[in-house]
Design a protein. Structure first.
Ligand code: SAH
Ligand code: SF4
Ligand code: F3S
Length: 451
């Protein structure tokens, strides 16, 4: 008998924007298959529940297993529900083995390289009702033309490359996302033009290491020529309708003078860069395999500030990497004081199975890590507050994202420099770029008034 009942999906996404974008693709494929997003419905109405996992730190792993535990109850109340898990954790055999042995209510396991196969896998599960585990070791070429259900109508995530070749000694990503692969430039431009036609104003170009993008395009005489990330920015800057260009994440070792110059030349390239430094100590940077020194990094910052004096710089810092001494840590504090970051993500070093740093002998004791972490955060927060206070009185262009969760008259958006601004507004402003006068700079946001 044909089942005409409406079908619902839920997707929980852990991890970075690459995962967020993968979830948008999963949602796009599910909607094409006739499923609707489960918005606040009871567990027993969900037909497929997906957890898209992250493996970057131990906390992410723990969150996943916690969620999986909760799904057991949901599955007991709703035996027809398909439970699927995917993403970076599934690219590790020891995790798949644990899921298999301890979480028998999981129906489908797939990885980061075969997302495009998901509709087929789901159809097989539904027809045969037996467990499927399908994880590929590495991907084929990038699959173009997959549907995507964007979270916002006015801003979009756009993959430009996937994978990572850098093998920082602490990091799991090269093992879970495979080697670097760049999309063809024409495909990216086509996608961005379509997004602009669809009303998108801001694009976030995504990749673990966007500035090592190496594409090809066809020149005016029909020859295939090599292109780099800066070329891509210049081309996107010419696309009518797009008003803001952002990218995530760039590696300091690949930040070329040409890309820095693009900040000066491309009016749509937002005056913000996320440039993860990880540590200020040359010794630790070497052991992390980051391939730059503290001085190299400071020189990049100098060039960026020279090209765009008002540029906002944000970063990632790991505290307590194996062998980090008090002296090494002081180098990090010194660097933070010199760069004066607009904000930073700080992480306690977390041992990742299978990475080189897992076997480094000189692991830093937990209490030392925590103490350094707190000192670093205090320094960063003080600088962030000073930087945000310097915005007071300035008129900023803000792309309005929506209303605040707690107050439907307070709206929130981002400046070009990616600072969160809250202000009193109305829902007609959502998706528009409006002028907001900053009244108060706080540690984590700005408060302003519309002008
Ligand atoms: N590709 C990006 C970031 C990838 S992961 C880049 O290279 O900059 C995001 C951040 O997580 C990293 O910048 C790093 O600061 C942090 N991170 C990665 N592995 C970690 C680990 N084992 N322990 C603690 N933090 C880690
Ligand atoms: Fe991980 Fe380093 Fe690659 Fe970033 S560049 S994803 S930190 S290995
Ligand atoms: Fe996590 Fe994978 Fe992103 S490990 S940070 S979801 S690439």
């Amino acid at each position: 008998m044909e089942d005409n009942r409406e079908k619902f999906y839920s997707i929980v996404t852990l991890g970075c924007q690459m995962n967020e974008h993968d979830s948008e693709i999963l949602a796009g494929m599910l909607e094409k298959m006739g499923y609707a997003e489960n918005k606040g419905k009871n567990d027993k109405d969900i037909d497929i529940a997906i957890i898209n996992t992250c493996s970057v730190r131990e906390n992410a792993d723990k969150r996943f297993f916690g969620m999986l535990g909760q799904l057991k109850k949901s599955k007991e109340n709703n035996t027809n529900m398909v439970v699927a898990v995917c993403g970076c954790m599934m690219q590790q055999q020891h995790i798949v083995d644990t899921v298999k042995s301890k979480y028998p209510w999981v129906d489908l396991v797939f990885g980061t390289h075969n997302i495009h196969e998901f509709p087929k896998l789901l159809t097989n599960i539904l027809s045969e009702r037996k467990k499927i585990i399908d994880v590929w070791e590495d991907g084929c070429e990038i699959i173009e033309g997959l549907p995507s259900k964007r979270l916002y109508p006015f801003k979009a995530l756009v993959d430009v490359m996937t994978g990572c070749n850098n093998f920082c000694t602490y990091c799991i990503v090269p093992y879970t996302r495979g080697r670097e692969k760049s999309r063809n430039m024409e495909e990216i431009l086509k996608e961005v033009r379509n997004l602009a036609a669809d009303g998108v104003k801001e694009v976030m170009l995504l990749g673990q290491n966007v500035n090592s993008y190496q594409g090809t395009t066809i020149d005016d005489s029909g020859n295939h020529i090599k292109t780099d990330f800066a070329d891509l920015i210049y081309k996107i800057n010419d696309i009518e309708g797009i008003e803001r260009i952002r990218f995530m994440t760039s590696h300091p070792k690949d930040l070329s003078d040409k890309l820095i110059q693009a900040y000066g030349d491309c009016d749509k390239l937002c005056n913000h860069i996320h440039l993860p430094v990880q540590s200020g100590s040359g010794n630790i940077l070497k052991r992390m395999n980051r391939k730059y020194t503290k001085d190299d990094y400071l020189l990049l910052v100098k060039k960026l500030k020279k090209t765009v004096p008002e540029i906002a710089i944000t970063t990632d810092i790991i505290v307590g990497f194996p062998g980090e001494t008090e002296e090494d840590f002081n180098e990090t504090l010194d660097l933070v004081g010199k760069v004066r970051y607009d904000s930073a993500f700080t992480f306690l070093y977390s041992i990742r199975k299978g990475t080189p740093a897992e076997s480094f002998k000189d692991q830093v004791p937990e209490h030392v890590k925590h103490d350094r972490f707190n000192r670093l955060v205090d320094l960063l927060n003080g600088i962030t507050l000073e930087k945000n206070k310097a915005y007071e009185g300035k008129l900023e262009k803000v792309l309005v994202e929506g209303s605040s969760k707690t107050n439907n008259k307070t709206f929130t958006g981002r400046t070009e420099s990616s600072k969160i601004v809250n202000f009193q507004g109305n829902k007609d402003m959502v998706g528009k770029i409006i002028n907001v006068r900053v009244k108060e700079g706080k540690t984590f946001s700005l408060f302003g008034e519309i002008e």
